[in-house]
Design a protein around this ligand. Structure first.
Ligand code: ZN
Ligand code: ZN
Length: 410
């Protein structure tokens, strides 16, 4: 367990480095009811640093399961109007959003996959505007994570629940650099390293990124025209920087959705909508998935890949060295926030408009012309094994090594 001081430092990181809340701003904290204590600590910190008002958007994963088992598919296809009004209020009042991502990765195990799909689709459609507001950095936002009992028990299988929760707090404490004398300063230094590498990649303006490993991955990922690599801090549309993911170790940009060829094999399980998908490989031709297989969770993978047309291409490529604190912890968290920061990853579906120069001012047609992918989905999956080699290939064909044996060489 972390000390009270460490917990307060953690809450402060979420408010000041993560969402970078400004004085007089309204804040939305989105989290499961199991995380109430930590949410209250964040609310307290937000007010200390000058929040105007703090809104709680409680989630309840157990109720979610009860609903999935009992509500009709028709009911699940409808999203109550007051929730839409709530999102409108958040956009209109220019809130910043702090999400606590924590929960049982298997909470929906055994539920009807059709109902899950219907419910996800309805929610994605209803949340489209709010999601656009966060994905385009109109609103500043951040995601942090803390242990819940069911989740910790899955991560530390076989441990007593209390021990598992304790171990997970310790791991998260190290990953969040809460053992540093001044965690906020430690984060500034970390962010500077990531920014230096992002500058290197941007200066080279590679046409392709080539990934290979002994697993069977041999994939050429073309990059969107005028793409830009982004790391750690992003710029809000109001010119105020924020750090969307805490922890973050990734440097990412947008693939060109018509220039992806080859085969990629996953490196870590993919947890999506309460399902675990593993042992899968995906074949791309001219930017689109043309074949896929999975040893575990094939139906769940199929569910993702039949959402819409855009999900069959990629919206993100992200690079992370194997010596990141998350990778070194050796822990599989069954949670994207951590696992995607442990490993190089790709994402099926939507790209972030911010990953192309001037993207926020472009129409959908202009984005598409740059090779930017569009979809209701954005699903990250991990491809960075300990032996992965990655090269940048310039427009003149010259090759620059970026990774050897799973780690940065720049
Ligand atoms: Zn990512
Ligand atoms: Zn992603």
């Amino acid at each position: 367990m972390l000390s009270q001081k460490q917990l307060e430092n953690f809450a402060e990181l979420a408010v000041r480095v993560g969402a970078n809340m400004q004085q007089g701003q309204e804040v939305v904290i989105r989290c499961d009811v199991q995380c109430a204590d930590f949410a209250h600590l964040i609310a307290q910190k937000a007010y200390e640093f000058g929040a105007k008002r703090v809104h709680m958007q409680w989630r309840d994963e157990v109720l979610g399961r009860i609903e999935m088992l009992n509500a009709s598919e028709e009911t699940l296809s409808q999203v109550p109007e007051y929730l839409l009004a709530q999102s409108d209020y958040y956009i209109k009042h220019n809130v910043c959003l702090i999400s606590i991502s924590a929960g049982d990765p298997n909470i929906l195990k055994g539920c009807d996959p059709n109902k899950i799909k219907t419910s996800n689709l309805a929610n994605m459609q209803a949340n489209k505007e709010f999601r656009n507001a966060t994905m385009s950095n109109l609103l500043r936002w951040t995601i942090v994570s803390i242990p819940t009992r069911a989740w910790a028990q899955q991560v530390f299988a076989g441990e007593d629940p209390d021990v598992a929760v304790d171990k997970m707090w310790n791991a998260i404490g190290r990953i969040m650099r809460l053992d540093a004398d001044n965690p906020t300063e430690a984060w500034r230094k970390h962010i500077d390293t990531l920014h230096r590498r992002a500058r290197f990649l941007n200066e080279h303006n590679f046409e392709y990124i080539h990934l290979t490993n002994a697993h069977g991955t041999d994939l050429r990922v073309g990059l969107a025209t005028d793409h830009q690599w982004i790391a750690a801090e992003e710029m809000g549309q109001d010119g105020i920087p924020f750090t969307a993911n805490m922890p973050t170790e990734e440097i990412f940009t947008a693939p060109h959705n018509r220039k992806i060829d080859g085969k990629v094999v996953n490196a870590l399980p993919l947890v999506n909508s309460g399902n675990v998908i593993d042992g899968f490989e995906i074949v791309f031709r001219e930017g689109r998935v043309v074949d896929y297989q999975a040893k575990v969770g094939y139906d769940a993978l199929k569910n993702i890949l039949t959402t819409d047309d855009g999900v069959l291409s990629l919206g993100e490529i992200a690079l992370i060295g194997k010596h990141s604190p998350i990778a070194e912890s050796g822990i599989l968290f069954y949670n994207t926030l951590f696992d995607e920061n442990a490993s190089c990853h790709l994402a099926f579906g939507a790209s972030y408009p911010t990953t192309v120069k001037g993207g926020n001012e472009m129409t959908d047609e202009q984005l598409a012309a740059h090779g930017m992918n569009q979809s209701l989905q954005h699903v990250d999956f991990m491809v960075g094994t300990k032996d992965i080699d990655i090269d940048g290939i310039a427009y003149d064909g010259s090759v620059t090594p970026l990774f050897r044996d799973g780690e940065w060489v720049i």
